[in-house]
Design a protein around this ligand. Structure first.
Ligand code: PTJ
Length: 261
């Protein structure tokens, strides 16, 4: 693959695309993952490719839930593994969470590759790859119904980056608290999660690690963060941020600038 010139105005975004394209060639990301990333990119453009204040509040609430959990699990798919493997491992360690490979488009070979990547990034244990521990989420027909008995099946809190709506709803029906990372504030996942972090996973994961290190570990303080958080209100702030930005851009200053790609 050709090199991306570091002074290219869209270098950061092109580097992320390249990382996904390489992970696709290595059999970690599925072709559908590339399409899903494109949808994410479009929303990221609307957000201004930055972490907006409501996403910081949601990340705090998400970390508070993970720190308060009896058992919290980070669900890992192809895109998440390709983009932030080291940060997923770090967040798992900081919040004492399990890492579980859970794929929408399942394949034993890809599960093993993703688990290997996580181990190479420092994970001590990766769940979701041993058939003897397999069980299923009730009332869910997609392949993602397969979960690990020691992980998602038992968890009270599950972090689902780039999740599909059906499974978020199924996890909710099982009584679990669901934290989603999704650039699309209109997705079914975003609407049905308890906490939706509307941000790019490449920014959200480092932010979550920082918060997990810095937030006071006092139980009442963390419970108050969770109590004060309202996901519907937060999503509405995300949409308002997009609307305000588009209003400003439509106002003119942007239209006289050089186009970016
Ligand atoms: O590896 P697998 O088999 O588990 O498949 C992974 C994909 C992503 C293909 C699968 O989970 C899928 O089809 O997801 P969806 O239903 O397309 O949802 C993905 C959501 O993630 C969409 O709402 C996108 O806007 C959002 N998204 C894409 N890239 C990012 C993102 N959100 C945050 N950060 C991103 N980089």
């Amino acid at each position: 693959m050709e090199e991306i010139p570091p002074d290219h105005p869209r270098a950061e975004s092109l580097i992320i695309r390249k990382r996904l394209a390489l992970a696709f060639q290595q059999g970690i990301v599925v072709p559908e993952g590339l399409a899903a990333h494109g949808r994410g990119e479009a929303f990221d453009y609307l957000l201004g490719e930055r972490t907006i204040p409501p996403a910081i509040s949601a990340a705090k609430a998400g970390i508070a839930l993970m720190l308060l959990a009896e058992k919290s699990v980070i669900s890992v798919n192809g895109n998440a593994a390709a983009l932030v493997p080291a940060e997923l491992v770090e967040l798992a360690k900081l919040t004492r969470s399990e890492l579980e490979v859970n794929l929408f488009h399942p394949s034993k070979e890809r599960e093993q590759k993703i688990a290997r990547l996580l181990v190479e990034s420092g994970a001590n244990q990766v769940l979701g790859i041993e058939p003897e521990y397999e069980t299923t989420i009730p009332e869910l027909s997609s392949a993602r119904r397969k979960v690990d008995r020691r992980g998602i099946a038992q968890a009270d809190v599950v972090l689902v980056p780039l999740e599909d709506g059906d499974r978020t709803e199924a996890l909710k029906r099982m009584g679990k608290k669901v934290i989603a990372i999704d650039l699309n504030p209109l997705s079914r996942t975003s609407l049905s999660a308890d906490v939706t972090i509307v941000d790019n996973i490449v920014r959200a994961l480092p932010l979550m690690c920082k918060l997990a290190r810095e937030l006071p570990k006092d139980k009442e303080y963390l419970q108050e963060i969770v109590r004060a958080f309202n996901n519907k209100e937060n999503l509405s702030q995300c949409l308002r941020t997009i609307v305000r930005r588009l209003e400003e851009l439509a106002g003119g200053s942007h239209l006289s600038q050089e186009p970016s790609r």
